[in-house]
Design a protein. Structure first.
Length: 132
């Protein structure tokens, strides 16, 4: 296993680019390891947090994703995309009602079109599953 060590300042940008590339290529295990290192340096970075949670969800680890999200919520570091990620993890665990609440919050508070659109799409999918 890989030992996590704190990255040096000049290593942050290349590490982020590598992790992002791993994520784009669906190599979530390797991306997750790098995002964990990046979060040791900057634990409040929304990009690092969101992408780490995305990796956990893609790796079918919703419990770990929720644990990380709860830590962010305890520090008041939530934002609409994190609420959307929380909804995805909750839905994976079968907690549909709470997932819907998180998605409504994400839609309400999101300022960007991408987040609103994605939240609406996931909400529609969940509601469609509920009606079947």
């Amino acid at each position: 296993y890989m030992i996590l060590c704190k990255l040096l300042p000049h290593e942050i940008e290349p590490s982020q680019k590598l992790a992002d590339a791993y994520t784009m290529n669906k190599n979530y295990d390797d991306a997750l390891q790098i995002y964990e290192q990046l979060l040791l340096v900057n634990p409040h970075d929304p990009h690092f947090n969101n992408n780490m949670i995305e990796c956990l969800i893609q790796l079918k680890q919703p419990e770990r994703a929720l644990s990380h999200i709860n830590k962010l919520e305890n520090k008041s570091l939530t934002y609409p995309m994190i609420k959307l990620q929380k909804a995805r993890a909750l839905h994976m665990l079968g907690n549909t009602r709470q997932a819907q609440v998180e998605l409504y919050d994400a839609i309400h508070y999101a300022r960007d079109y991408h987040t609103k659109s994605l939240a609406k799409q996931i909400l529609h999918q969940i509601e469609k599953e509920e009606n079947n």
